[in-house]
Design a protein around this ligand. Sequence first.
Ligand code: IGP
Length: 260
Amino acid sequence: MNILDKIVLRKQQEVANAKALVSVKDLEQSIHFNRNTYSFKEFLLAEDRSGIIAEFKRRSPSKGLINGTADVAEVTQAYNNAGASALSVLTDVDFFGGKTDDILAARAANNIPVLRKDFMIDEYQILEAKAWGADIILLIASILTPQQVSDFGKFAQNLGLNVLLEVHNLEELERSICPDLDAIGVNNRNLGDFTVNIQTSFDLVNRIPDEFLKISESAISNPQTIRELRTAGFNGFLIGENFMKTDNPGAAIKEFVGQI
Ligand SMILES: O=P(O)(O)OC[C@@H](O)[C@@H](O)c1c[nH]c2ccccc12
C-alpha cells in the first residue's frame, strides 16, 4: 500500500471518530460558522500581496520532522505581515502533526484567507473547515472520483468557501475539472512516491482554463522560480518547507518576498 492509501484509510477512521464526538449541529453553532469568508481571488490578485500561500507544517511523511517548536499564531502573523496572500494550515494529525487548534489560532490571529490543508473525503470535514474558521478547502484529485470533486466543490461553495483542486498530471486534471472550483493547484510533488519536479507546473499551466486561479504547489525554494512561474501564468505559489525548516519562518518569508 502506498502512503496516500495509508493516509486515506486512517482518515476514514479519523472522520468517523470526529463524527461520533461532534455533531453537525455543534459545528453549525460555532462562532465561525456564520461569517463572511475572505475571498481567495481578491487576496491572490491584490497588488500589495505576493501571491504566496504560506504553509504552517510541522512534519510530513516525506521529510519527517520539519519544525517542532514554531508557534502557529506567531508564524502565520509573520507570514501575513510579510505579504502572504493566504495561509495554509495542515490539520492532518497523524502524518503532518497538525491539529484543530492550529487553524483556530491562525484564524484568530489573521484577516487574510486560511486554507484548511487536509485530505478531504467527506462533507463533514468541509463543515469542520467552516466551523474552524477556514476560507478555502483543498480537494485532491487523486483520492476522489470526479463526482465527489463536483459534489464537495458545490457543498463548499454553498457554505461560502473557496475550493482549490489539486492535480499532479494531465489525466487527473482532465477527469476532475468542473465548474464547482475556484482554483487549480499543480502539485510538483508526487504524493505516491514523494518525487518532486517543478517542471510539472510548466507542463500543465496551459491546460488550465483561464477562469480558474492557477497555483503551483510544493518544492519552491527560490525567488527566481516564482518569477518564472508567474511569467508562465501562475497566480499563486504554495510554499511550506522552505520557510518552516528555518529557525524563524517569519524572517525567512520576509527575505524571500524581498527578492521576488
Ligand atoms: O513544503 P513544500 O514543499 O513547500 O509544499 C507545500 C505544500 O504544497 C505541500 O505541503 C502539499 C501539497 N499538497 C498537499 C496535500 C496534502 C498535504 C500536503 C501537501
